[in-house]
Design a protein around this ligand. Sequence first.
Ligand code: CP
Length: 298
Amino acid sequence: MKHLLEISQLNQQEVKNLINLALEFKNQSKNEDYSKFSLANIFYEASTRTRVSFEKAAKNLKMSVINLDIARSSEQKGEVLLDTIKTLEAMGINILVIRHAQEGIVKFLAKNTSKTHIINGGDGKHAHPTQALLDIMTIVERKPNLNNLKIAIVGDIKHSRVANSLQCIFKLMDIGELRLITPNEWKPSASLFGNLTHSLEEGLKDVDVIITLRIQKERFLPTESLNIDEYCKRYTITPKLINYAKSDVIILHPGPVNRGIEINDTIIEAKQSLILEQVKNGVFMRMAVLKNLLDTTI
Ligand code: CP
């Protein structure tokens, strides 16, 4: 794999291999030394989980890490992003993790680099492939028989790159059923995979996995608005609502969480909640992705 830009570039076996490798790292049955290599995080949007876990993953592999401070970079003097990327490439940085509000920009940058691997750390509403990979790893650990699973994604599907990447990975991995539960105004114009419903009660019925999404206000158009109170009345995941799901349901959220809006405090702390397990797995899955890229000659 030269770059990791979106889930559609992977096949089912490659996803399985990444999950197995990430689990080996998690079980500490694998130790690797990539101290010859370096990674730079280039984040134009806020991040805690993705940026820090790429840094941790790279350091676990003994790589050196640079976090580019965009506010103090030469872009403030007018340098365009492609020139910044080419500059870092000329310095010999091996992997660039890029997060940007513009959809497709990471693909454009990947086409215009020759010696550097590019990882999409999230581009606008388009894709967040490593989030989908760590989510499927977290699900497989608890519920390995994917073909029988009923999964519900709840919330702001329209503005969510996570929802897009999850639809791609669930289709690829042939999960039993996917339900997309969203208010009418946040319905995507077309779903990649899954059945849309507005009813939380109907959508959660007998599901094995619930994935709630953050309301992504930063991606609302000026014409789009949200009545938070109305949303909470209809869609906040509460202990009462999870009774519609199977008794051994697991609950995921990519984070960051708006407590009390997408999900109730009691559920966040409940034993069914795997939110912090997702964060933990993020480091191991990103180690697997880094190893896979560095083992590919370019
Ligand atoms: N899930 C996720 O991408 O979180 P961050 O914005 O904190 O990286």
